[in-house]
Write a protein that binds this ligand. Structure first.
Ligand code: C2E
Ligand code: MG
Ligand code: MG
Ligand code: MG
Length: 290
């Protein structure tokens, strides 16, 4: 009978819902196990000073070492973790690893100027954050000015009147604040005036369309990047371009005066071991002369 065989539309529809529910339950379970067994890790992606071509900082990006599925990226995990509230514990585990890797690499290479940028979801901007941040910065004996908190416009949109105060405390402590994925949210510019921001990260979609197929789109994207850079510099913000994949993009951004860049052209997000081995072998591709 067709119904039992699942060959009518309704049955297929039900299966889709079932699959999504199963997938969601699976992710929740994975998160739980990962927290218990410390499977969460931070990969670090080098950020390059486009003038000197040297590494100026690292962005910590969450990864999950799954015993069967291998290394998992944040996609799916973060959305679910935000819904269940697990994002708080995940954040602590990921930041712990990020600080650990960052201090170890700094010690190994004798570098005490590069910065560490960490990503925070709107939910993570909670009243206890400034004190927690201060304690981990002290624990690892890092100069607070070497820590950057990356937030998105979603954070500013989040209905939480305390956010201004929390960000102010973090800034007073000496950490810097970066506005991530700039230009993709609503009323980006108003956030620049209302919130204390030190770094503007231009979203990778602008970088991509700057060298896309359509000439007009390319011109417009380039003009937008020029404008964002000029406004940011006027407001004493450092400008970072994300998602640089080609030499042409690097060249154009450098010519525009964008300060720093990040992307596969230079490096993918790397594990601690990969970065350590590079320092030990003095093999640092990002430092190559171009
Ligand atoms: P994001 O903060 O905007 O991070 C940049 C994303 O672009 C990263 O994806 C990075 O791997 C990717 N990327 C870097 N260079 C290139 C490039 O040249 N081309 C392309 N196509 N992609 C590039 P990832 O690691 O999958 O992270 C995705 C997002 O997840 C992040 O976007 C951030 O919003 C969030 N996220 C990552 N780690 C954390 C974390 O620890 N906590 C929280 N709350 N969110 C995190
Ligand atoms: Mg980021
Ligand atoms: Mg971004
Ligand atoms: Mg993003």
């Amino acid at each position: 009978d067709r119904k039992r065989d699942g060959k009518n539309g309704l049955q297929v529809f039900d299966d889709t819902i079932g699959r999504n529910t199963r997938k969601r339950a699976e992710i929740e379970q994975t998160i739980e196990k990962a927290l218990e067994n410390e499977w969460f890790d931070a990969y670090l992606q080098p950020i390059i000073d486009l003038k000197t071509n040297r590494i100026i900082g690292y962005e910590a990006l969450m990864r999950l070492h799954h015993p069967e599925h291998g290394v998992m990226a944040p996609f799916d995990i973060i959305a679910t973790a935000e819904e269940t509230g697990a994002i708080h514990d995940i954040g602590k585990q990921v930041f712990g690893k990020a600080f650990e890797h960052f201090t170890a690499l700094s010690a190994l290479s004798g570098d005490n100027t590069s910065y560490l940028a960490v990503n925070l979801s709107p939910l993570q901007i909670e009243p206890s954050l400034p004190v927690w941040l201060a304690s981990i910065v002290h624990l690892f004996n890092i100069d607070p000015s070497r820590i950057v908190i990356e937030i998105t416009e979603a954070t500013m949109l989040h209905d939480n009147p305390g956010i201004q105060t929390i960000l102010r405390k973090i800034a007073d402590f000496g950490c810097r604040i970066a506005l991530d994925d700039f230009g993709t949210g609503y009323s980006s510019l108003s956030y620049l005036s209302r919130f204390m921001v030190n770094i503007v990260k231009i979203d990778q979609s602008f970088i991509r369309s700057m060298t896309g197929d359509v000439q007009e789109t390319r011109d417009r994207s380039r003009m937008l990047i020029e404008g964002i850079t000029a406004i940011s510099h006027k407001m004493k913000c450092t400008v970072v371009a994300e998602g640089i994949e080609t030499e042409e993009q690097r060249y154009l951004l450098q010519a525009i005066g964008v300060d720093y860049g990040q992307g596969y052209l230079f490096d993918r997000p790397l594990s601690f071991e990969q970065l350590r081995d590079r320092i030990l072998h003095k093999d640092i591709p990002a430092l190559k002369v171009v």
